[in-house]
Design a protein around this ligand. Sequence first.
Ligand SMILES: [Ca+2]
Length: 551
Amino acid sequence: MELFHLKSHPQKTNLAATNRKVFKELSAVLHQHIQRGGVTPWQEPQSWFWPAPSFAHRFGTTPKTVIAMTSLKLIPALLLIPLAVVGATKPAGPASQPHVVLLLADDLGYGDPGCYNPHSKIATPNMDRLAREGMRFTDVHAAGPLCHPSRYGLMTGRYPFRTDVSRWPKEPLIEKGQVTLASFLRDRGYRTAMVGKWHLGFREEGYERPLPGGPVDCGFESFFGLRASTDIPPYFYIRGDRAVAPPTGHIAEHHSEGWLPTQGAFWREGGIAPGLSLEEVLPRLTDEACALIRSHAGNKTDARRPLMLYLAYTAPHTPWLPAAEFVGKSGAGMYGDFVMMLDAQVGRVLTALEDARMAQDTLLIFTSDNGPVWTPADVARFGHDAAGGLRGMKADAWEGGHRMPFIVRWPGRVKAGTVSDQTICMTDLLATLAEVCGAKLPVGAGPDSVSFLPVLEGRQPKGKPIRGPIVMRAGSSPAMMIRSGDWKLINQLGSGGFSQPKTIKPEPGGPAGQLYNLRDDPTETTNLYLKHPEIVARLEAEMQQIVKAER
Ligand SMILES: [Ca+2]
């Protein structure tokens, strides 16, 4: 066998002896491919080794990097092949697109992963590893500070205040035909799969019947997971659009001593599928995701397509149910132990991608849907700040409610160990992935989505914002907020969410809202509303313009 690096030595120097690692790796994949019955190069060069870019990425840093093998005498089936070229240039079409794995944690705070908070009391080696191997963002915002609005924005690229998200318990929030991350990528040749918590509504007419309007009607070709959070009944698994077993049993409400009623191993009473244990849900989702990754790599029909996997975890949302091996292991109580268990799940997914030889060609995003259920009293008790110094918690208009850990690992395309302070909204993922595919979004799709691919690729000049203002509704009040550059306006007083007080009536002559300069005051301690009326007026006008735009 011979190995060539065509860019530097166009088929002149056999590098098989001097580049043993590359040679062995390439040979192994070639064998594996042939054993799976792969096509021969002259029949279908672009998909000979699907996915072709994995080679370009693994063995070089530019699309021009080429590995060639000749005289394949070690492989009887290909004895007569004079020359095979792999990954010569980035081909058009699905084979040029990376796998996309979107890992969404549930209620994980900005200050939980060690890579975001050097004082975190929770060991998160796998999240930290992602940060070391990818780009860590410090100013990314969920589209809303609660599960369902956040996920609506993530899936559709449209701000959740543009629809009535309160309909979710009975109706699908995503309209028929509305473009989603999944439908868009499916139409670009991806195999789209979702595992985990949906929380965007089904048309519910009884759990013995199909559940229309969910993931498989919104662009995912497969779905295994749950209707909503593991503290909101009924509790049952769904595969496709059917209950695996309908929730014909009953479970009583549960709380944990020493915690608020909405913390600890808290769940509400209601229906549950026979045999379902809430403790098993988190590892079960990982089992499903890892099996899906393995089956994708092992099935020659599937493996010809890039995979888009949306893995929406149920942790560390309540109930906090760490497995025995994690109990007492963090310095942040049941919550911290459950975050450690989540981190271990992330590690399992990374290992599955590596074992399937997909990791090097996967654009992996790790983030969370909204802030933690962690109060100032918890910070004092454990010395752990789940919001990482930001003000507030889940549901709040303050930063703790929606500024999220957000890490992108994409070997060969996103520089390892980098940090970006670009202000980004999770609605932006749709336009970003469209640009990754070299495609334009259809008219009307992702109206609040702006591609941040230039940031990922290090092309965006530092200090030049990639997008305009972000507008959001608070989780527990009608309060609206806008973030524009360094400035942030909340059009009422109070948190707007779970922090007390939620709302405060303005005093005569006092401020009617909150204005903060996040550059000077990232913890939102000094309200400049009365000091800068001109900035308040400008931000209010910007906000109204965005809210009123018909999108
Ligand atoms: Ca959540």
